[in-house]
Design a protein around this ligand. Structure first.
Ligand code: ADP
Ligand code: MG
Length: 241
């Protein structure tokens, strides 16, 4: 983790009708870190991620990527990748075709695409899966394909919205280790959304705890756990060890 800021949110506000979903959120994300947005359901995590991705527009505030204001730019110009809870793979395509999809569209040669696909599948632990249909894979394997696909164009940041919450307990734990390993192997900045305290504590370099659209604490996991700044944070981590 080198420590300089790759992305900054400055006083971001977003409301849907009378529901204030982001209530003046300011956050700095460091290049190469595993950063987690943690909070209960409805605290505004997905909305923040969607604003970073450009899928929602903030009502006020600015988003800076490498110092450039991207608040009003189109999603596809931002150079970010995204992984959702429901692995959004193309069901009629093979694993290799899924991972290759964005690369072919970007005009990469067939030979280069094949080499990159092999490299990505090895990275996510799916070497030899090139010709398999994604619909025949397990949930964990499908999520690995989605991660490989999102990493294929070498995004500046990978945004992950509860990517493991649909998986059963044992696979989820396995995938936690895998995600951390993939993040470190690629050096990609990860912004990870979860409502699971244990998951946040074990995976992250830093955690921002959200409550009702506000960031109530942003710190390293051990600091948040040992020195919660508010009663909400202390309660939220009760029972973790
Ligand atoms: P989280 O991901 O932490 O569960 P969300 O960002 O999805 O939280 O939602 C935060 C709040 O904003 C919730 O009360 C939700 O109902 C509301 N919200 C989110 N998206 C919309 C939308 N498109 N229209 C109306 N309300 C929304
Ligand atoms: Mg959500």
């Amino acid at each position: 983790m080198s420590g300089d800021t790759i992305l900054a949110l400055e006083s971001i506000r977003k409301a849907f009708g009378t529901t204030v979903t982001a209530d003046g959120v300011s956050l700095d994300f460091r290049r190469g870190e595993f950063f987690t947005l943690l909070g209960p359901s409805g605290s505004g995590k997905s909305t923040i991620l969607r604003m970073i991705a450009g899928l929602e527009q903030p009502d006020a505030g600015r988003i800076l990527l490498d110092g450039a204001d991207i608040t009003r730019t189109q999603p596809w110009t931002r150079g970010l990748g995204m992984v959702f809870q429901q692995y959004a793979n193309f069901p009629h395509m093979t694993v290799a075709e899924n991972v290759a999809y964005g690369l072919r569209r970007a005009g990469m040669s067939k030979a280069k695409v094949a080499a990159r696909v092999d490299e990505l599948l090895t990275l996510v632990g799916l070497s030899g899966f090139q010709g398999r249909r994604v619909t025949q894979l397990s949930g964990g394997e499908q999520q690995r394909v989605a991660i490989a696909r999102a990493l294929a164009p070498k995004p500046k940041i990978l945004l992950l919205d509860e990517p493991l919450s649909a998986l059963d307990e044992k696979i989820r734990r396995e995938m936690q280790d895998e995600l951390r390993r993939i993040q470190q192997a690629t050096g990609t900045t990860f912004i990870y959304v979860t409502h699971d305290q244990e998951e946040a504590l074990t995976m992250s370099d830093r955690i921002a705890v959200l409550n009702r659209g506000q960031c109530v604490q942003c710190d390293a996991p051990e600091k948040i756990f040992r020195r919660p700044r508010t009663r909400f944070v202390a309660r939220f981590f009760r029972g973790c060890n």
